[in-house]
Write a protein that binds this ligand. Structure first.
Ligand SMILES: Cc1ncc(COP(=O)(O)O)c(C=O)c1O
Length: 304
């Protein structure tokens, strides 16, 4: 991975190779921690973080859901991310990874006795599902793993523990020769990808499942806003796997995945088998948005 000079840990800039934790760090053992994934893009006016406020607020919401008492407030966390980017002098697009975790000092499942630590890492990172994926689309497998059901887990929290489910689904998909997994909910409706939200296009209508069993995705919200502003009809409703197979277009959205077309699901070619027209239009509009090329959405950027 691309190292950077510094990682922010509890208010201090620590050299990358020294940003370490004790082996008895509570989160390592019991999986209670919350994180964010945020991107900063090299715009014409320099590096800018996309939707910094929303991501930082979601981090604090995730902590609230999982009963972790944050040690830093919204403004401090935002400022820390800005300063980290300034200090690291990045020349490419950047991925930011804030993490609130339970540290060293208490073991056992009663987690509230464990100290709360906060770290923010940032590094240069390109397309999560590959540059070719962004252009040609990717091959997706409906997972044999069901998305963490709301009866036992809390998908609105970007919680470390939720990602065991994602990792197993991702591994299975890649092991079977696919590039990404699409998970159903416990009732058999489409929930989300291992790290993305999901859209289909049918007869000119853009459809995305509700967030009943998925993260409230910031990119999904941005794409829906773009679509509405472009006059595209948007529906939030349940989608079944057979409906996916006969969709005209399909794509994933996520901070890491951006807008990634899907060309094949379970061996069924989707639409024309390449990036669909609406997908392309929304992808272009999304990149214009995050790169500050559309003044209408420039307020969503925080310039460094
Ligand atoms: C499980 C899951 N769903 C959806 C998303 C997309 O969310 P966002 O657009 O806020 O990055 C992500 C990525 O953060 C994710 O990990």
């Amino acid at each position: 991975m691309n190292k950077a000079p510094f990682i922010w840990m509890d208010g201090t800039f620590v050299p990358w190779d020294e940003a370490k934790v004790h082996i008895l760090t509570h989160t390592l053992h019991y999986g209670n921690g919350v994180f964010e994934g945020t991107r900063a893009y090299q715009t014409k006016k320099g590096l800018a973080i996309f939707k910094l406020r929303e991501h930082t607020q979601r981090l604090l919401n995730s902590a609230k859901i999982t009963m972790i008492e944050p040690k830093f407030d919204l403004e401090t966390l935002e400022q820390a991310q800005i300063e980290l980017l300034r200090k690291n002098n990045f020349t490419q697009n950047v991925y930011l990874r804030p993490l609130i975790y339970l540290g060293y000092g208490a073991m056992g499942l009663y987690h509230v006795d464990a100290p709360v630590n906060t770290a923010i890492a940032a590094w240069e990172w390109g397309a999560y599902l590959g540059d070719e994926g962004l252009e040609k689309g990717i091959k997706v497998k409906i997972s044999s793993f069901v998305r963490n059901p709301v009866k036992s887990m809390m998908g609105k929290a970007k919680s470390v523990a939720n990602y065991l489910n994602s990792q197993m689904a991702k591994f299975e998909a890649v092991d079977c020769g696919y590039e990404e997994a699409l998970l159903l909910d416990d009732e058999g409706f489409i929930a989300e990808g291992s790290g993305e939200c999901f859209f289909i296009v049918r007869d000119g209508v853009l459809i995305s499942p509700p967030n009943d069993n998925s993260l409230e995705s910031i990119t999904q919200g941005a794409v829906i806003q773009l679509a509405q502003d472009m006059g595209i009809k948007v529906e939030r409703r349940r989608v079944t796997r057979d409906e996916v197979y006969i969709a005209d277009e399909a794509f994933f959205t996520g901070t890491a995945a951006e807008v990634t077309p899907i060309n094949n699901v379970d061996g069924r070619i989707i639409g024309s088998g390449s990036r669909g027209e609406m997908t392309k239009a929304l992808q272009e509009a999304y990149f214009d948005m995050v790169y500050g090329r559309n003044p209408k959405y420039e307020h969503l950027l925080t310039y460094i």
